[in-house]
Design a binder for this molecule. Structure first.
Ligand code: HEM
Length: 345
């Protein structure tokens, strides 16, 4: 799916690529994207308003809008364009994600690709189509390197759905907690002085940082971290994880572990992050929404910025409450999404 993008490569190649890519996410580069984020999101919000007046209904399933909005933002950040080829690649990505991560797929099972040969062929075909679309985005701009295609794919996927889901679950939790919705709206008004959101205002959104942290604790967009044992690991007296074993680390389980967080573990309490970046978790590795160590998410600053810009614009324009048609059904399909949508009023 990602080819040899940053997410997949290892060893010296990862060190080299990570060094090249990290400076691209400097605050100077990111702040330059704010006005485009505002423009793209304002268009989405205008669609919500137009849809409400055209259909006479105040209910909107916001999830697909927010995912498309994030895709447009990451396409702008990756390609500098709102490109139809980029959008076509995005649609193929959705199909590939469904094919790759459907529950009955034999992921990681030896010879699984041969047992499910038809599905493997379908994934391969979608992968090739994505490459073709992305190559045509890059062609004509003097950039044709295979590595660049793979990084575009990595950023396009890793970069849009994760942030979009953090925003979607935030809309859900703010609908359930109107007092936090009010506090954030007030914070935005104070930070912007009633004007536009900019890099200075973003820095002032402290409570919004707590809310983002708490949302990613309860509904981590990336529910698993992946590691491979480099040597035999002994746990206690009886268990040995053999060298080479692929390990899925369960962030959802750790984020909901009463022993790490206390009795209020399942409650939405953003203020737990007021005095601690770990939200009072008793183990520093117990809170890992962006991962940990050398492979920690390279796009974290971009996602925090985008989150704050988009949530601020939504709260400035809309009051949110949950539709009676909402069905709570979080599902893990590489990311953690509301599988029955997010209808809000
Ligand atoms: C709320 C938003 C996001 C969340 C929750 C998230 C979460 C994560 C997690 C858990 C990892 C694995 C870290 C580890 O294994 O220790 C990761 C890696 C990564 N993320 Fe994100 N991410 C987000 C946004 C982004 C964005 C916006 C981009 C890029 C534009 C991005 C690009 C990447 C890349 C390239 C890696 C692989 C880094 C490496 O292996 O060196 N992510 N992310």
């Amino acid at each position: 799916m990602f080819g040899d993008g940053l997410l997949m490569v290892e060893g010296d190649r990862w060190v080299g690529n990570r060094h090249t890519i990290t400076p691209l996410f400097s605050m100077t580069n990111l702040n330059a994207m704010i006005s485009s984020m505002v423009e793209i999101t304002t268009t989405m919000l205008a669609e919500w308003t137009a849809r409400a007046s055209a259909t006479g209904t105040r209910e909107t399933n916001v999830e697909p809008y927010i995912v498309h909005n994030a895709a447009d933002i990451i396409a702008m950040a990756s390609f500098g364009v709102d490109d139809s080829e980029g959008k076509a690649a995005f649609d193929k990505f959705k199909a590939l994600q469904v094919a790759l991560f459907s529950p009955n797929r034999l992921a990681g099972v030896p010879f699984g690709e041969y047992v499910q040969a038809r599905r493997t062929a379908e994934c391969r075909r979608l992968g090739e189509e994505i490459d073709r679309h992305l190559l045509s985005v890059i062609d004509g701009k003097g950039l044709t390197a295979r590595e660049l295609v793979d990084e575009c794919k990595t950023f396009f996927f890793a970069g849009h759905e994760t942030t979009a889901l953090a925003i979607t679950w935030t809309m859900f939790l703010l609908s359930l907690h109107p007092e936090w919705q009010r506090q954030l709206r007030e914070e935005v008004a104070e930070a912007t002085g009633g004007g536009d959101i900019d890099s200075v205002a973003v820095m002032k959104l402290t409570k919004m940082t707590w809310v983002m942290n708490e949302v990613l604790r309860l509904y981590p967009s990336a529910p698993n971290l992946l590691r491979q044992a480099r040597e035999d690991i002994r746990i206690g007296d009886k268990t040995i994880i053999p060298r080479g074993t692929n390990i899925w680390i369960d962030a959802v389980g750790m984020h909901h572990d009463r022993a790490l967080w206390g009795d209020d573990v399942n409650e939405f309490r953003p203020e737990r992050f007021k005095d601690s970046p770990y939200g009072g978790c008793t183990h520093q590795m117990g809170y890992v929404p962006f991962g940990n160590g050398g492979r920690v998410c390279v796009g974290k600053n971009l996602s925090v910025l985008e989150y704050k810009v988009v949530v601020s614009l939504i709260l400035k324009r809309f009051s949110l409450s949950l539709s009676p048609n909402y069905e709570h059904s979080p599902a893990v399909m590489l990311t953690m999404r509301p599988s029955r949508g997010m209808p809000l009023i």
